[in-house]
Design a protein around this ligand. Structure first.
Ligand code: SAH
Ligand code: F3S
Length: 481
């Protein structure tokens, strides 16, 4: 079956219903990281093969799937609340089946079936291809579960069904899992070992997206810079690869070059980069290709060497500064964003000051900041007491958020007066007379619509800004001639 299922195209979905569908409706929603949203598109594709059509109406769904996040306790609580909502709907629609996907499924396993009576199906991130079998079990009245993690699965052979798409930007996953074992992080437990996807299948997906009108792709992985393809297999076994495999191996720098060359008019971004794995050749490749965006999400978590070590982040503050210096030297206008955690066990005021001073050095364009949340099973949970009181975590969090806002404004102000290329993504939320898009640095730009349309690349003169948004006017070159 073709990729015709898209909830924005209800008409087509209905036609499909009659022709090939099984008449069943799938309601799928995602929480957490971009990878979950991308995975849901793979799940929708697998189920479309079974005849399922997606719907945006929870009440009419035969199957409800929720793709879950375990990264912080709050993320899990959000999903639990959602399950209560499903419970209420199930009273009206008793035949509705409910499945839990993603990291919470992997973390809680069969406990989910015991704790949440509404749940019929529990499927971990590497087991989505087993969904058709699992659904048969559910149809026969049994609870079904598959939380087996894989060392090979990359879903490289599945063409995702684009959900909630603006038709302009898309995610393409390139690695799965993570081998880094940061002591606070649940991801290595819920998403398993790191593995890379065949570059050929990545390029094919990108070509396909371009042919379908997409203009920007974000390559996704927990640790994209660690990407390594030598014909399959785990990164740690690369030493044992043949000479030929080694000579023809594709690392992340080569991969982004392949992408940039395959579609020279398409924009490329990637996320997430880990400081210790980001090499100079990646930055050089970014500098070499105009269509690789000047933006790096480079989480650091803390500015204190002692805390970085306790977190098992495998670099020092000084090494991070060197990386930042290299980025700014090779790509002077490169935007950089951060993730930070406040209140990691044993964090002192001095450690916190180190975080603030690191931020002063980098002056990030923006960031995602969190209070430490202890995750069961992680090394930090097993070895360290969660000893920073909530009010201290929150106060420190507020301090870094305040500082980030100051830096964000400094950064956006630096764009004012410049002309920047913007890819139009959608209508501005605030005004139906303005478009909203992003520049290369990933900053949102709004400007009057005029005759432009979604998917256009437009040169925009930036006239004003807030700490999060640039405001401008498209340049009409025809008037200058
Ligand atoms: N490499 C991943 C990181 C995933 S987690 C990626 O692709 O983005 C995203 C962010 O959540 C982390 O960078 C970290 O700042 C935060 N985080 C992870 N575990 C956390 C925890 N236990 N408590 C608070 N924040 C956490
Ligand atoms: Fe988590 Fe660290 Fe990997 S934050 S996803 S273990 S790089």
């Amino acid at each position: 079956m073709e990729k015709i299922i898209d909830e924005n195209k209800q008409g087509e979905a209905l036609v499909l219903d009659k022709k090939e569908g099984n008449g069943k409706k799938l309601f799928i929603e995602s929480y957490g990281c971009q990878m979950n949203f991308s995975d849901s598109e793979i799940v929708a594709s697998i189920l479309s093969e079974q005849g399922y059509n997606t719907t945006q109406q929870l009440e009419e769904a035969d199957l409800v799937l929720v793709n879950t996040c375990s990264i912080r306790d709050k993320a899990e609580q959000t999903v639990r609340k959602r399950l209560q909502k499903y419970n209420a709907v199930k009273r009206i629609n008793p035949n509705m089946k409910v499945g839990v996907l993603g990291c919470m499924a992997e973390r809680l396993k069969s406990k989910f079936l015991e704790e949440e009576k509404i749940v019929d199906l529990v499927v971990g991130p590497d087991a989505y291809k087993d969904l058709p079998n699992l659904l048969t079990e559910v149809d026969e009245g049994r609870d079904a579960i598959n939380v087996i993690l894989s060392k090979e699965e990359t879903y490289g052979d599945i063409s995702p069904v684009r959900l909630n798409s603006n038709g302009v930007t898309a995610f393409v996953s390139i690695t799965r899992g993570c081998d880094n074992m940061c002591t606070f992080c649940v991801v290595p437990f819920t998403r398993g070992r790191e593995r890379s996807r065949d570059p050929q299948s990545i390029i094919e997906e990108i070509n396909d997206l371009w042919e379908n009108g997409y203009k920007e792709v974000t390559l996704l992985g927990q640790n994209v810079d660690s990407y390594l393809w030598y014909g399959g297999g785990l990164k740690k076994d690369f030493d044992k690869a043949s000479e030929l495999q080694k000579a023809t191996a594709v690392n992340f720098a080569k991969l982004i070059e392949l992408c940039a060359k395959a579609q020279p008019r398409m924009r490329f971004r990637f996320s997430t980069s880990n400081p210790q794995d980001m090499t100079l050749d990646v930055i050089e490749t970014m500098a070499k290709y105009d269509n690789i965006c000047n933006y790096i999400h480079l989480p650091v978590q803390s500015g204190s060497d002692r805390i970085l070590k306790a977190m098992n982040r495998l670099h020092t503050r000084q090494e991070y500064f060197e990386l930042i210096d290299n980025i700014k030297r090779l790509i002077p206008d490169c935007a950089i964003s951060q993730d930070m955690i406040t209140g990691f066990p044993t964090e002192t005021e001095e450690d916190h000051q180190d975080t603030l001073s690191l931020m002063e050095y980098v002056k990030y364009d923006f960031g995602f900041m969190f209070a430490y949340s202890e995750r069961p099973g992680t090394l930090a949970a097993r070895k360290l007491e969660d000893d920073i009181p909530d009010d201290v975590k929150k106060r420190r969090l507020n301090e870094i958020i305040q500082l980030q806002q100051k830096h964000s404004l400094l950064r956006t102000q630096a764009h004012v007066g410049k002309v920047e290329e913007v890819l139009i993504e959608k209508e501005s939320k605030r005004s139906d007379k303005h478009w909203s898009g992003r520049n290369s640095q990933n900053t949102v730009v709004v400007f009057p619509k005029e005759h432009y349309k979604v998917g256009d690349f437009v040169d925009v003169k930036i006239n004003d800004c807030t700490s999060a948004t640039l405001i401008g006017q498209a340049i009409d070159y025809s008037k200058n001639n």
